[in-house]
Design a protein around this ligand. Structure first.
Ligand SMILES: *[C@@H]1O[C@H](CO)[C@@H](O)[C@H](O)[C@H]1NC(C)=O
Ligand SMILES: *[C@@H]1O[C@H](CO)[C@@H](O)[C@H](O)[C@H]1NC(C)=O
Ligand SMILES: *[C@@H]1O[C@H](CO)[C@@H](O)[C@H](O)[C@H]1NC(C)=O
Ligand SMILES: *[C@@H]1O[C@H](CO)[C@@H](O)[C@H](O)[C@H]1NC(C)=O
Ligand SMILES: *[C@@H]1O[C@H](CO)[C@@H](O)[C@H](O)[C@H]1NC(C)=O
Ligand SMILES: *[C@@H]1O[C@H](CO)[C@@H](O)[C@H](O)[C@H]1NC(C)=O
Ligand SMILES: *[C@@H]1O[C@H](CO)[C@@H](O)[C@H](O)[C@H]1NC(C)=O
Ligand SMILES: *[C@@H]1O[C@H](CO)[C@@H](O)[C@H](O)[C@H]1NC(C)=O
Ligand SMILES: *[C@@H]1O[C@H](CO)[C@@H](O)[C@H](O)[C@H]1NC(C)=O
Length: 443
């Protein structure tokens, strides 16, 4: 029995030593992470009831019904899944059937017949791997070969590129999904009145689309504790993919901070004549604090540097304003900025806390006067800890496991999981009515 007692002490000692080790090495944060159980498992997502931001309605087959985005960042759900449904539904791949769906790209994407997918003439495995969903290799294929029209389960049309609507109408069969894809905001998209009852699904950055295509996918970040990240790591090692993640600072060094000498605020604007309130806003802000404009509307960046990188090296805040204030419209102006050591200042018709924790950006619409907004920026600039706090959310995320066309992985999933027929009666109305407007500007 003596032996048992000693064993107990030995265990205790080993445990203490381990805890001590974790504390001194600071590893404990990472070690504890996997112990946190996400609130959501596979299809049981929605029901935080009071706070259902992503509502998935299973009652009548429309598994993917995304609605009522009433942002509640305090739920773990938000932390884990800032963006694409694929991150959720891949938790249980056995729900996807054994069959393979065919996606036909009917026309090009801004003239690129391959929609920025380099592997388009290669195997489905190569394609799906490029899109960061190799686990769907046997479940979907993507083609541009019009001869396969009748085989296709989905036909995707980019509404900014031309296509022959009559030919498509003539060839379609009722089981196929016609998918309308758009990345631009309504002021930059064509009239859609010719498409009543033509499409079955929408594929846009708007959260109420059937397939959501946020610009996030090009600058994708994934929560390190999410099951999706585990899946990605697993794929990376079992398939020997050699995926690289990009290093993003969650606490910019003193050296980086000390180099920021050119000023407080910068903006990067390439299109000066757009229907937004950007320039008047900047004129007004300039009365209270230094603001420098780069891009075609201002000064040129040094030609040997990425402009965003240059601004991040030399300024404290980047005004990440969109050229259109439209529902959910959030582009690389925001997402690309997140990879640099600079704090994004947002101003738009999006609740940005859908994408990142609100501790990561400053929302200009939340200030009642321009002078209080400017004062806040100046204070934050000179308060090192406060300034650095805007970066700390990044320590929980990794960057780099995404591609502009990753939303095709979502389309693939939806083709498998949602069999409910759907016809979009009036896509013009859905897209244009009430979707863009003025944003509250500090006075
Ligand atoms: C969701 O939560 C509400 C309230 O807690 C409950 O009444 C309802 O049955 C739940 N729905 C599902 C699908 O679990
Ligand atoms: C099916 O879903 C639609 C849209 O959410 C809803 O309006 C309808 O009541 C649902 N039907 C049934 C039978 O639950
Ligand atoms: C974003 O959503 C959160 C949670 O619903 C809310 O508290 C916050 O006020 C919203 N922000 C804006 C700018 O509407
Ligand atoms: C995945 O779904 C299948 C079928 O619904 C179920 O039998 C299985 O337990 C699920 N696995 C997990 C890990 O949730
Ligand atoms: C899946 O495919 C395999 C081989 O291709 C087959 O043996 C199996 O029965 C299929 N499973 C289902 C659920 O269709
Ligand atoms: C695919 O196309 C690229 C360039 O268009 C070409 O270099 C490559 O050899 C092609 N690959 C296959 C498998 O046909
Ligand atoms: C993927 O695997 C390679 C080789 O083992 C490794 O070097 C790389 O860091 C892994 N990528 C990720 C994202 O873990
Ligand atoms: C910004 O804050 C610094 C330090 O508190 C102060 O000296 C300076 O006058 C302020 N500048 C503006 C424009 O408010
Ligand atoms: C797609 O839309 C067409 C045209 O409105 C309709 O005839 C067809 O039944 C729909 N198919 C599906 C699968 O939703």
């Amino acid at each position: 029995m003596e032996y048992q007692k000693y064993f107990k002490y030995l265990c205790l000692f080993v445990l203490c030593a381990y805890l001590f080790y974790l504390l001194v090495t600071n590893d404990y944060i990472d070690t504890l992470k996997p112990l946190k159980i996400p609130l959501i498992t596979s299809f049981n997502i929605v029901n935080s009831s009071t706070k259902n931001f992503l509502k998935i309605d299973q009652e009548n087959d429309s598994i993917f019904k995304l609605s009522s985005i009433t942002n509640q960042f305090e739920t773990r759900f938000y932390d884990y899944y800032p963006h694409l449904p694929i991150h959720i539904f891949t938790q249980n791949l056995s729900l996807i059937g054994n069959t393979s769906k065919l996606i036909l790209l009917e026309n090009g994407l801004y003239g690129d017949p391959n929609w920025r997918i380099n592997a388009l003439n290669q195997s489905s495995t190569a394609k799906m791997t490029e899109l960061y969903c190799p686990f769907l290799s046997n479940h979907c294929d993507i083609t541009t070969d019009y001869n396969r029209f009748s085989e296709a389960d989905a036909i995707v049309f980019h509404l900014r590129d031309d296509f022959d609507q009559n030919r498509a109408k003539k060839n379609r069969h009722p089981k196929q999904r016609f998918v309308s894809a758009l990345w631009e905001a309504p002021p930059h998209t064509p009239n859609l009145q010719a498409y009543d009852q033509f499409f079955n699904w929408t594929m846009t950055y708007r959260f109420d689309s059937h397939i959501i295509t946020p610009y996030y996918s090009e600058n994708a970040y994934i929560h390190k504790s999410s099951p999706f990240y585990q899946l990605m790591l697993n794929e990376n090692s079992t398939r020997k993919l050699n995926w690289k993640i990009r290093k993003v600072d969650y606490r910019p060094s003193d050296e980086i901070l000390q180099k920021k000498k050119l000023g407080t605020v910068a903006a990067l604007i390439s299109n000066c004549h757009v229907p937004s309130q950007r320039l008047p806003f900047i004129q007004e802000l300039k009365r209270y604090i230094d603001v420098k404009v780069y891009g075609r509307c201002g000064e040129l960046c040094p030609s040997n540097k990425n402009c965003r990188e240059f601004i991040a090296e030399n300024y404290y805040f980047l005004l990440s304003y969109e050229n259109s204030f439209c529902l959910d419209y959030t582009t690389e102006k925001f997402f690309a900025t997140l990879e640099y050591p600079i704090v994004p200042v947002v101003f738009g018709q999006t609740n940005y806390s859908y994408f990142i924790p609100s501790s990561g950006y400053i929302d200009a619409t939340q200030f009642s006067t321009m002078s209080s907004f400017a004062r806040y920026l100046n204070e934050t600039r000179y308060d090192k800890e406060k300034y650095l706090s805007y970066f700390s959310w990044k320590k929980d995320y990794v960057w780099g496991l995404g591609h502009f066309s990753t939303p095709f992985c979502d389309l693939c999933l939806r083709l498998h999981l949602d069999s409910k027929p759907n016809i979009i009666d009036n896509i013009h109305k859905w897209w244009f009515d009430g979707s863009c407007g003025k944003v509250h500007m500090p006075s």
